[in-house]
Design a protein around this ligand. Sequence first.
Ligand code: NAP
Length: 363
Amino acid sequence: MISHKIPVGILGATGMVGQRYVQLLANHPWFTLTHLAASANSAGKPYREAIAGRSHLADNIPTAILELPVHAVEDITNAAKNCRLVFSAIELPNKTALQETENTYAVAGLAVVSNASAHRWTEDIPMLIPEINASHLNLITAQQKQRGWSGCIIVKPNCSLQSYLTPLYALEQAGYTLSDVVVTTLQAISGAGYPGVASLDILDNVVPYIGGEEEKTEQEPLKILGTMAENKILPRTGLTISAHCNRVPVIDGHLACVSIRFKDKKPTPDEIKNSWQLFRSLPQQLNLPSAPVQPIIYRTEDNRPQPRKDRDADKGMAVTVGRLRPCPVFDYKFVGLSHNTIRGAAGGGILNGELLVAQGFVK
Ligand code: NAP
């Protein structure tokens, strides 16, 4: 389908998510990694040197990538020369500065797929999980028209909600409308970036607070499940989500314990399991390179999913669910798991990029 590889870049290439992007893009069939950018501390160094002492990469990254120079994120001129799409994994304390940085790339004609939270609630910017709301990409036309951009921006949601939202969506697709969800997340340390949470705070411990995470876990699904209006998304109504978010001493893999109540028609346990196992969506139909073959995997064992055993399912891109059982308060409860730096961050971002290409937004 792709006759030539598309040159791409990574903003924040030296961080936890940026390094995962490097690993996943090193041998990508559609993309070739040509541009790396990070803060002024890293700019001017070869990538190998910029990540020295904080490398999370496997040993098989091609030398050509390790020798690429790291540019400053502000260096848009070189980025525009080097690539057509950038994956943004920058961490800035200031939301407006982050928005402006990403905007300058779209002004320069680049497509931006962002992992950062800055633009998640910007009206004309879609927040995508390709299996759920690929149709929201149609916002790009309005975005480019009203802003005069030749590039575009799309964003990924927070990693916390990706362990449970696709399973919930699959149930709604099968005709069962949800009204209430209570979710308790057990989130891996890598979700805090590097160096993240101090070892003395997290070893032998659970931290029952992650700043801003409960709000994101409760609200972002409503935009993703929302409907397209002319130039914005109208958030889903009639669904209430309550979240408890905890940091646990696991390196990768966010677990979610979820209780759900249906509005009226209530499925049987077998109908729920079938809806999950049979669920397929646009990324599978389009055969996107990073799409999991089976987006939701149901494990029948009493003690699964587990982060160490299930986070890498289908290249780390599948959501694994299990422990479906009746809930004495709501209707059912289950456990979901996804890999936070792959499905929840870099892998999910690359899947978004592949969708942009397959839908003709990046050529
Ligand atoms: P991280 O490990 O702290 O990395 C931050 C990156 O941002 C580094 O490349 C850093 O470059 C760069 N940066 C910092 N200050 C900068 C500045 N002033 N100008 C330009 N670049 C700057 O963080 P992370 O965990 O990879 O997260 C990156 C983004 O992804 C964040 O927005 C985060 O919310 C989001 N996210 C993370 C996860 C996850 O599981 N970790 C999941 C979903 C979304 P230097 O190395 O040069 O300082």
